[in-house]
Design a protein around this ligand. Sequence first.
Ligand code: ATP
Length: 296
Amino acid sequence: LYRLQPQMKIFDSARVNLGGLTGSVEQVMELLNRADKTYISSGKLSFKGLKQAIAFNCVTFRYDPLEKPVLQQISITIPRGRTTAIVGPSGAGKSTLIGLLCRFYDVTTGDIYVDGEPLKQLNLADWRSRIAIVSQDTHLFSSTITENIAYGRLDATTDEIIAAAKLAHAHDFILELPQGYETKVGDRGVRLSGGQRQRLALARAIICNPEILILDEATNALDSISEHLIQEVLQSFGQNRTVIVIAHRLSTIEQADQIIVMEKGRVREKGSIQSLLQLNGLFAQLYHLQHNTVPT
Ligand code: ATP
């Protein structure tokens, strides 16, 4: 496994707020039951799909008004149809940034724009219906494979469920289970491996046909979405979609069109892997350590 973290722990991640969440953002909200904690109001503009980019403009965010900001002066652009990797040490603010994007929280100062419109002015349900999250650990319900996948979209047809499972590279292992798609999984059902659970999580996200796919790659190999699966997703389903991946592995980072390097709530560096290597800063330092090469 290639990882960018061991030597300096810079890209180490011990705890991720998105842990355990998978599915459309509306369902994630339901699971979190956060709606009653922070009041997020819907905007009036209907949202019909991302045309160009999501832009954070000088965004600052505090969870607690008395504490210092967790994100400070974040200005980034996430282009449509590209893969953006967010890297940084534990506590850098990666999950918080995603939380703002999904409007689990609203920015304290600054603004997030979607094709030039302030995110707050967009209809919240429209916006969230376009986003799906696949996180580190996957919660499976004590129910059949079919129902676990269809949880991503309750009106999905059998054909759609199978198509999603195929895209997530889950179809083959599902067919080998005693009752195929009707096999019960979860606490009282067949035990699945971590990799199999992640494939189901991915199928659950894919069935939402999200325009924006958020992947949360863990550092812990056992809990994490397998490296191989991430590669496959980025290369197949991820093509022409807006993918945002909280990334720890070099192989994932190398596939991204853009890398945002965060540290202590700030964006330290951003750009393509080539431009970051040329910059010869924090990212380059870590990259060369990982490769055991000496920067020139
Ligand atoms: P990790 O890789 O460990 O998940 P991260 O880069 O995703 O880290 P965040 O989870 O966004 O970082 O956390 C950034 C900071 O915000 C941390 O100092 C964290 O303690 C704090 N924080 C995160 N969630 C909350 C919350 N719900 N309330 C208060 N503070 C929080």
